[in-house]
Design a protein around this ligand. Structure first.
Ligand code: HEM
Length: 390
């Protein structure tokens, strides 16, 4: 489901219309399956919290047009989002301890350092710069590579394969090739960590768990992909949204104490991971509708985050809002494992950028910013920005 070309931040108006009619409605899938679409906040959360719904890809019908056809292949090894208990529980237990709030907060000083280095480089280059390439992409990439213990030299290759994986227009062959390439690099790395451990997550997992080398390479590839493409898009799209809402930008500049809630609000307002999918394992009733075993339910996280029953005046970006309960990181057993890392990165990177460039603005008209409309992760391809030099 793509966004309208008119407003780069709002979900398609059709979603709001459906949500007003009912929080969960019938939907015909591109392959002919008659399933469901949930748009209401409480219906979306109810499905995500209910383990009678499966996350296994092979149980699902694909909701987007022009995407893979026929039965979906099972999740590649290490892809947590496409598996259920007990496999999911086992991986999740091994990983949760590595992503605690405390551990991620301890990374703050390192994030601050990386952010400052990139701001210095931007300043040296002078305006105009593409914020995606100069700031939004490299910061999360360096962080996830350092955390995992992956050489940053391979970053561009990783970035390209990640974009292939999230692009809804990629063919099955392109996806398989991207997963294979990722896996090959990670496999070699796991062997290296086994031989000589270093101080990073992949070494920890290699030596401190019973995961085999294939599982380790799979988990490593998945974490890398998840860490590369998500926060980067939040940083770029979030900056675009702030620059497009001058009064919100001014409020945040005036009171950096608003940063934590502004980040939560941007997560709600932008919902870059806009859609989830589940399939019923048995008959389940949700919001008065009877969902039968085998039926697929598409969850519009973006519509849920704009539900007026949960968030008053949902289409307004309000950095003073308490957006608790927003589902931009998902909900339930598959809720984002990297959310604390993403929050730390955003809480450092947004205010530092605004502080360094008090006159930051778009360098082209908003309509010329290229949007990632065919990706599972929404965002911008480029964000040319400018500022007044001292
Ligand atoms: C899962 C969004 C950053 C790792 C998820 C899910 C969402 C999400 C919506 C749930 C998927 C589902 O239910 O099917 C985001 C957003 C991010 C972000 C918007 C940035 C702003 C990260 C980062 C990592 C990460 C930095 C780094 C390690 C994961 C993992 C899962 C996940 C491993 C799967 C969890 C599971 O299935 O148990 N993310 N994510 N994410 N995310 Fe993130």
């Amino acid at each position: 489901m793509t966004r309208p070309s008119g407003c780069p931040f709002d979900p398609p108006t059709e979603l709001a219309r459906l949500r007003e009619s009912q929080p969960i409605v019938r939907m015909r899938y591109p392959d002919g399956h008659l399933g469901w679409l949930a748009t209401g906040h409480s219906a979306v959360r109810a499905v995500l919290a209910d383990t009678r719904f499966s996350s296994r890809y092979e149980t699902m019908h694909y909701p987007f047009p022009d995407g893979p056809t026929g039965e979906l292949p099972p999740a590649p090894l290490g892809d947590l989002t496409g598996i259920d208990a007990p496999e999911h529980t086992r991986y999740r237990r091994l990983l949760t301890g590595k992503f605690t709030v405390r551990r991620m907060r301890a990374l703050t000083a390192r994030v601050e350092q990386i952010v400052a280095e990139h701001l210095d480089a931007m300043e040296r280059r002078g305006p105009v710069v593409d914020l995606v390439e100069a700031y939004a992409q490299p910061i999360p990439a360096l962080m996830i590579c350092e955390l995992l213990g992956v050489p940053t030299d391979d970053r561009e290759v990783f970035q390209r394969h990640t974009t292939t994986l999230t692009n809804q227009l990629s063919t099955d062959d392109e996806r398989i090739a991207a997963i294979g390439a990722f896996h090959e690099i990670l496999h070699a790395l796991v062997l290296a960590k086994r031989a000589e451990p270093t101080d990073d997550l992949l070494s920890d997992l290699t030596h401190g768990s019973d995961l085999n080398d294939d599982e380790l390479a799979g988990i490593g590839s998945f974490l890398l992909g998840a860490g590369l493409d998500t926060t980067a898009n939040m940083l770029a799209l979030g900056t675009f949204a702030l620059l497009s809402n001058p009064e919100q930008l001014a409020a945040l500049r005036a009171d950096p104490g608003l940063t934590d809630q502004a980040v939560e609000e941007l997560m709600r307002y932008l919902t870059i991971a806009h859609t989830g999918v589940r399939s019923a394992l048995e008959d389940v009733e949700i919001a008065g509708q009877s969902i039968k075993a085998g039926e697929t339910v598409t969850l519009s996280l973006q519509a849920a985050n704009r539900d007026p029953q949960r968030f008053p005046e949902p289409d307004v970006l309000d950095v003073r809002r308490k957006a608790t309960g927003q589902v931009g990181f998902g909900h339930g057993v598959h809720q984002c494992l990297g959310q604390q890392l993403a929050r730390v990165e955003m809480r450092v990177a947004f205010p530092a950028l605004l502080d360094r460039f008090p006159t930051l603005r778009l360098a082209v008209p908003p309509a010329e910013i290229p949007l990632r409309t065919h990706s599972n992760i929404y965002g911008v391809h480029r964000l040319p920005v400018t500022w007044d030099e001292e």
